[in-house]
Design a protein around this ligand. Sequence first.
Ligand code: SF4
Ligand code: SF4
Length: 179
Amino acid sequence: MKKHTKTIKTIKIDVDKCNGCRACEVVCSSFHAMPKYSSNNPARSRIRVIHEPLRDVYVPVYAGDYAVAECAGRDKYIIDGKEYDECAFCRAACPSREEFKEPDSGLPLKCDMCEGEDEPLCVKWCLVDALTLEVREEEVDEPDARGEEIEFEAGLESLVNRFGIDKIADMVAQLAKKK
Ligand code: SF4
Ligand code: SF4
């Protein structure tokens, strides 16, 4: 299979440096507001700073992929002898909790690395460098166009099944206006 070089961007999280200021949540929700920067509501942020379970440490968590169903097995985390809630660090929007869902529509949210910006805004606004951007080049297989298409169709189908075609169509229309 043909290879090509892909730029991989990763945001590194240093929990020890995070002071819980939540500037990352504010700027993320504001960037994704429609129109852009018209409001800020951390419930719409694609990064959430988890605090409740321990009350003595802040853990930023990025929104990942939407999960169609609740997971069968959940993780428990023990850090410094303290047990964290089993869903505390999960990145998925899923049917069993409200995190990473758009509050009005209930649609899942996912970090898009601030598409169109040179640097993710949460990284830029984190003044204590708890969030830092790492960029590396990796050799990967040439993507199979049909494979990507199938994956896209499957993802779209699961969203339509869960939220209904009207809601998805409304969301697409809003996104189109934003562009
Ligand atoms: S901006 Fe940085 S320090 Fe503030 S809550 Fe977010 S990750 Fe933590
Ligand atoms: S990279 Fe951008 S979209 Fe992702 S969490 Fe940070 S501010 Fe939000």
